[in-house]
Design a protein around this ligand. Structure first.
Ligand code: ZN
Length: 269
């Protein structure tokens, strides 16, 4: 199906961003507080600020404290695999998971594109955090780069009891179904709108509606027609519009569907 996307879709009440990075927005010269204030003025319901490391947790928490609709994750991404102080980081993570604002462990995962650390180092860091999520009763947010088979294997050996999110889904429909079987929601970012993303688009069109989320992963992966610019949470509206068109439903229907899925996963009222 050909989806044309040149129009700018404004934010609609009830939209969420299931994955963004507040401090990275600031590193790109954007003001996350101002951007989020505008999103919530337009009716944003929630946003999830996702950790890549434990060092900046207090900074994130303080920065985002004014927003009751912004939740946090805590976790160590695979880019820290092989770091010498990983034991200390895992200890800090355990303390951070007790914070009431923390909804999930993430982003954690496997990256076989950049090959951080060693293959075993990445797997150990991932499985240690899957165990911590299980102990804390939290879902996980998974980063998957060129690692479908490996992650499917790891998640079969130790299925996270609260499930989680496959973030910035970049694989295909059959892989999506296998992650869904293991208790995961599939979250689509701006790259679903790009030319050459047909396998991702097929997944976005065909997976069951109760497995669907959208995100920005901002400041990365701005959706069309903003590709190449720093992304911010407000641009999630373009991805909503694109995915709704793929699925042949209204944007309002998708907004409601995504909220139901997000609030179910995180037990929000
Ligand atoms: Zn991310």
């Amino acid at each position: 199906m050909l989806v044309k996307q040149t129009l700018i879709q404004p934010l609609l009440p009830g939209m969420i961003d299931s994955h963004f990075h507040a401090l990275s927005l600031r590193e790109k010269g954007l003001d996350p507080v101002e951007l989020l204030a505008r999103c919530f003025q337009e009716g944003f319901r929630a946003a999830l600020d996702v950790a890549v490391d434990t060092d900046d947790f207090e900074e994130r928490r303080a920065l985002l404290a004014p927003f009751t609709g912004v939740f946090l994750t805590a976790g160590i991404s695979p880019f820290r695999a092989g770091s010498p102080e990983i034991g200390g980081r895992l200890q800090r993570l355990e303390a951070q998971l007790a914070s009431p604002r923390v909804l999930a462990v993430g982003e954690i995962g496997i990256d076989r594109h950049w090959n951080y650390g060693t293959p075993e180092g990445q797997r150990e860091l991932f499985t240690a955090q899957v165990e911590m999520a299980a102990a804390a009763g939290l879902p996980i947010v998974v980063h998957n780069r060129a690692a479908d088979g490996e992650l499917l294997g790891l998640l079969s050996e130790r299925r996270p009891p609260r499930g989680g999110i496959m973030h910035c889904f970049s694989s295909d429909y059959p892989a999506a179904l296998q992650f869904i079987e293991r208790g995961f929601l599939i979250s689509f970012a701006g790259n679903v709108t790009y030319k050459g993303s047909e396998p991702i688009q097929e997944a976005a069109r065909r997976i069951p509606g109760d497995s669907l989320l959208v995100e920005t992963d901002s400041p990365y992966l701005a959706p069309l027609p903003h590709r190449g610019r720093p992304c911010d949470p407000s641009l999630v509206s373009q991805t909503y519009a694109f995915v709704a068109q793929l699925r042949g439903i209204t944007i309002e229907e998708l907004v409601e569907r995504v909220w139901v899925n997000f609030s179910r996963l995180f037990c929000l009222g």
